[in-house]
Design a protein around this ligand. Structure first.
Ligand code: ADP
Length: 650
């Protein structure tokens, strides 16, 4: 087969451009990325060989080699891991499989245009580009690989100019060799000379010391020869020899004592082991010897990965047994609402040789999982209490996970709500600050029976809702639910310390003060006196609303749209529609303000006859207004504009 040329996928091209145009100043980290890919490939081979020893081809000495060459200005990183076949090269190296890549690049572009306070580094940190970082230092990259157990090897090559080539070639040993044809400034003198043994040795010490496979390199030596007894022959000419040295200590960090580990060491380890680009927000390193013996090193990343809620985000914890790798992403250890927690567990009680399915059901794993979940939740609760600023940062990044967890517990997971409800924060009408449910209830006046909330796309919109006016005037605190999942979570919590949640746009507000009781009575009388008109308005609007009511919740606005206490709200309907699930419709109720001048006008028009064109137009305009206030586009905007124009021209 001859050489074939392929185009990079558009997003990959864009990312490559970003890499080359140097978004990341710390270029040396390319080595860490390539070494950890090599180490992953060996992990994979080892794992597959447990069920198919032939893959080892008689060689289970796992190793990674660095081969610098000053003359050709190249650096080769070579592993004897799993390798790739042709299709895998195209899939893994030619494309970026992550589904949110495009969205990520757009976000990056936008941040740039807006000169946002986000550095590229921070953004790329959420993404992680691994292999492509090679192009930060290389003008051309040649990858030669042979998949374990297969005969044919392939050479992949690219100068990052938008395309790459693949051709068949020979390779004796299994695994992958990546040769970087270094740019001028990376193969000369100085600390950025990546053909220099000492530079490379230091980088490995700095970034990859804990890689569990030996990273080896040849060192030239000049020594005087020795005689038969092993004594140096003093007057002989020195001879050149090479010596292969292992550059990394290979002692897994997690086996050391906490007190012996510096923060920098933890950070470097985590970056290396889990392909993270930033120092973590929180680290949990524990050794436990109880029923089940294990060591865990878990962490919460500084930033939520950009695809945390995409289906292609794979949560999970690495499993080891006595430092031998078992599995990369075990999903069954922690509940899904802790999907952002990363790290590893090493336990002699986990068996190496049982199937993945059995392992996932094992009692030991369940015990470990339960205790880790407790550790993380306890630490979060403590953070909220003692380091509120830090907790708010956590909440900004990962709060959504917790809220989705609460909502999902509707489908099983009975004590989830109890475990998570104290961790939840909402923005609030008071001081526009975040508030927990405990804080909200703690500062509620005694007469207040319910916890009020309002849902909408953003705070500014909610604040201007006609329904907000009355509550503001009464000084009642309202939780602002701006994340689509918020209302679902609240519906699932249902009650907090015996207090029900009450949307300002649903059902009856249930205000208890004397004035509100008075208004309620008044409203009932007005409703009774206007029964016919209300009925006729409903008739004009037909199916658009399920009910028309005289309102007791409005102050200066003429109308508002609310929904039933039961069933989905308007915001929930919107969320369902966005998920392509338009079946869940809110029961819309149009409320009219009896104190507004428009109400009297409506009464006049109605008195002239319920079939008059004006009355009908008014009804329709009122309803459409109410929709617009809620941020819902009228079904027929032209009709709305025409009716409005007609009225204005009168
Ligand atoms: P990530 O490692 O985050 O998946 P990379 O861009 O670093 O992203 O690598 C993309 C994929 O290419 C890897 O997931 C792996 O399947 C494959 N790959 C990279 N390097 C190697 C290697 N040395 N041996 C085998 N496969 C590799």
């Amino acid at each position: 087969m001859s050489k074939e040329t392929f185009e990079f996928q558009a997003e990959t091209r864009q990312l490559l451009n970003l890499m080359i145009n140097s978004i990341y100043t710390n270029k040396e980290i390319f080595l860490r990325e390539l070494v950890s890919n090599a180490s992953d490939a060996i992990d994979k081979l080892h794992y597959n060989s447990l069920t198919n020893t032939e893959l080892l081809e008689g060689n289970s000495n796992y190793e990674i080699y660095l081969i610098p060459d000053k003359d050709s200005k190249t650096l080769t990183i070579s592993d004897n891991g799993l390798g790739m076949n042709r299709d895998e090269i195209v899939e893994n190296i030619g494309t970026i499989a992550k589904s949110g890549t495009k969205a990520f690049l757009e976000q990056m572009q936008k941040a740039k245009e807006e000169n946002a306070d986000l550095s590229d580094k921070e953004l790329i940190g959420q993404f992680g580009v691994g292999f492509y970082s090679a192009f930060m230092v290389a003008e051309k990259v040649t990858l030669v690989t042979r998949k374990a157990g297969e005969a044919q090897a392939y050479r992949w090559e690219s100068t990052a100019d938008g395309s790459y080539t693949i051709e068949e070639c020979e390779k004796e040993t299994r695994g992958t060799s990546i040769t970087l044809h270094l740019g001028k400034e990376f193969a000369g003198e100085g600390e950025n000379d990546f053909t220099d043994n000492w530079t490379l040795q230091n980088l490995i010490k700095k970034y990859s010391d804990y890689v569990r496979y030996p990273i080896k390199m040849a060192f030239d030596k000049e020594e005087k020869p020795k005689d038969e007894e092993g004594k140096v022959i003093e007057d002989a000419e020195p001879v050149k020899t090479t010596e292969i040295r292992t550059l990394n200590s290979m002692k897994p960090l997690w086996t050391k004592n906490k007190s012996e580990i510096s923060q920098e060491e933890y950070t470097e380890f985590i970056k290396n082991q889990f392909h993270d680009w930033e120092a973590p927000m929180e680290i949990f390193h524990n050794k436990t010897e109880g029923n089940v013996e294990y060591t865990s090193l878990l962490y919460i990343p500084a930033k939520a990965p950009f695809n945390l809620y995409h289906t292609d985000y794979e949560p999970g914890i690495q499993l080891y047994s006595r430092q031998v790798f078992i599995m990369d992403k075990c999903k069954d250890l922690l509940p899904d609402y802790l999907r952002f927690v990363k790290g590893l567990v090493d336990s002699p009680d986990l068996s190496l040789n049982i199937s993945r399915e059995l392992l996932q059901q094992s009692r030991e794993l369940k015990t470990i999982g339960k205790s880790l979940e407790k550790t993380v939740l306890k630490a979060l609760a403590k953070k909220m209490e003692n380091h509120r600023d830090e907790y708010e940062k956590f909440w900004e990044q990962f709060g959504k996970s917790i809220k989705i967890g609460i909502y999902n517990s509707m489908f099983g997971g009975n004590d989830t709500v109890d475990k998570l409800k104290e961790l939840v924060l909402f923005t609030s009408s008071k001081e526009n600050k975040n508030v927990s449910l405990k804080e909200y209830v703690g500062r509620m006046p005694e007469s207040q029976k319910k916890i009020y909330y309002a849902a909408g796309t953003d705070m500014a919109t909610i604040e201007k809702l006609p329904q907000m006016e009355l509550l503001k005037e009464k000084g009642l605190e309202v939780l602002y639910l701006v994340d689509p999942v918020d209302e679902f979570a609240i519906e699932t919590i249902r009650q907090y310390e015996g207090k029900d949640f009450q949307s300002i746009s649903r059902g009856d507000l249930d205000l208890d003060d004397a004035e509100s009781q008075e208004v309620k009575k008044e409203t009932e009388t007005i409703a009774k006196d206007n029964t016919d008109m209300i009925k006729d308005i409903k008739e004009v609007l037909g199916d658009k609303v399920s009910e028309v009511k005289v309102s007791s919740r409005l102050k200066s606005s003429a109308v508002c749209l609310v929904t039933d206490a039961q069933g989905p709200s308007l915001a929930m309907e919107h969320t369902f529609a966005a998920m392509d699930n338009p079946m869940f419709k809110a029961r819309r109720i149009l409320e009219l303000n009896p104190k507004h001048d428009l109400f009297a006008r409506l009464q006049n028009l109605h008195a002239q006859g319920k079939d008059s064109a004006d009355f009908k137009d008014y009804c329709d305009l009122l309803y459409t207004q109410a929709l617009i206030i809620e941020g819902i586009m009228p079904e027929n905007p032209v009709d709305f504009a025409n009716k409005l124009a007609k009225l204005m021209a009168k």
